[in-house]
Write a protein that binds this ligand. Sequence first.
Ligand SMILES: [Zn+2]
Length: 217
Amino acid sequence: MYIIFLGAPGAGKGTQAASVARKLGLVHIASGDLFRQALEQGKELGLKAKSYMEKGVLVPDQITIDMVLERISAPDSGGGAILDGFPRNLKQAEALDEALAQQGKAIDKVVYIKVSEEELLKRLSGRRVCRQCQTPCHVSDSPPRVEGRCDKCGGELYQRPDDTEESIKRRLEVYSSETAPLVDYYGRVGKLVEIDGEGGVDKVERRIVAALGGERL
Ligand SMILES: [Zn+2]
């Protein structure tokens, strides 16, 4: 069972991918972790990716796809995997499908976590992070006990430059132009599962698990 998670920044995609993977006994493959792990393990693909990152250029899709294929072929991925953060655009999706087909594999389902733009703006613009321990909180959804101070360590809370309203709008625009076409692409082949991403982390998780056929796949 190979599942892709899609969702705008702030939709809770990473959080849900991790917890649903645990619940269903699947491996969670976050594209960011993939690079880090490949590097830590001194793998050739990791070193290749690093050489691009050091030059400040995008890692070619083929390297990322090779990493994904290597990861889902690892023994612990036998039960299946959830891909989080890849593919990011149509070109990558088509290349991934082709590469999987060559191994006799295919994406089974694509979970699209849908959240209104208004809610995304609220979630992202209210986010604050501790300068010392990096623990996140939210000014209205999970407010700190003392204003401006981290609950965990008392450190100063700040807003990441990425989380200002202007940046958020730009990030959402990039998302719409790049990733939204994937929703159509997977919808056309009947693999898309749309999930209402509003109303609490646990509720959304239950919706996803139910939509994927419950706890026994
Ligand atoms: Zn802290």
